[in-house]
Design a protein around this ligand. Structure first.
Ligand SMILES: Nc1ncnc2c1ncn2[C@@H]1O[C@H](COP(=O)(O)OP(=O)(O)O)[C@@H](O)[C@H]1O
Ligand SMILES: [Mg+2]
Length: 162
């Protein structure tokens, strides 16, 4: 049962995927309550369901059983206030650095305004990242670009909540 002081709760979570070879149960009967300011590490062998737990928390996947709650509210759709830092930087390789950095603006408002573009250019200029298309083979750069996108998202959220 989700309580308001819990930051994240998994209540009797089950996740069964339909695969070509039949149903695959990734999680079953998972009950976890994580309090505000608690730092939790989930450890386990590859395929035990760690990433699925993260995707459930972010609302990217719907559980086949049970309820995930964040601050007492059931997660029913992707949440803007839950971020996932992936093991590898994930960029849109076909888009320019500027469009990658400005993507949070597009996601939050449906389009990139002239003002959003200017903020994105300022943030990029601070980091001295070369413009153009991000190069896949350059992981360091990819990570930097993702940091920029996160910074821009924080700026946008700050502007909206001020
Ligand atoms: N979308 C999906 N469709 C089918 N099977 C999936 C899907 N996502 C994850 N799985 C399976 O669920 C299990 C748990 O996966 P995952 O959460 O990625 O594990 P971990 O992150 O601990 O390595 C694995 O067997 C994986 O193959
Ligand atoms: Mg994983």
């Amino acid at each position: 049962m989700a309580r308001a002081q819990d930051a994240i709760t998994f209540a009797d979570i089950g996740q069964t995927f339909t695969t070509r070879t039949g149903p695959l149960t990734a999680l079953s009967g998972v009950d976890i309550a994580i309090k505000r300011h608690e730092f939790v590490a989930v450890l386990g062998p590859s395929g035990c369901g760690k990433s699925t737990l993260l995707r459930l928390t972010a609302g990217l996947v719907k559980p086949t059983a049970g309820t995930v709650s964040v601050f007492g509210m059931p997660v029913t759709q992707p949440r803007d206030d839950v971020g996932i830092v992936f093991q590898q930087a994930t960029l849109f390789p076909w888009a320019t650095v500027e469009d990658n950095v400005a993507f949070p603006a597009k996601h939050m408002r449906g389009r990139i305004s002239k003002q959003d573009r200017e903020v994105a250019q300022d943030v990029i200029a601070d980091y001295k990242v070369p413009l153009g298309r991000p190069r896949d083979e350059n992981t360091l750069r990819a990570t930097e670009i993702q940091d920029l996108a996160t910074e821009l998202r924080d700026l946008l959220i700050a502007k909206e909540t001020v």
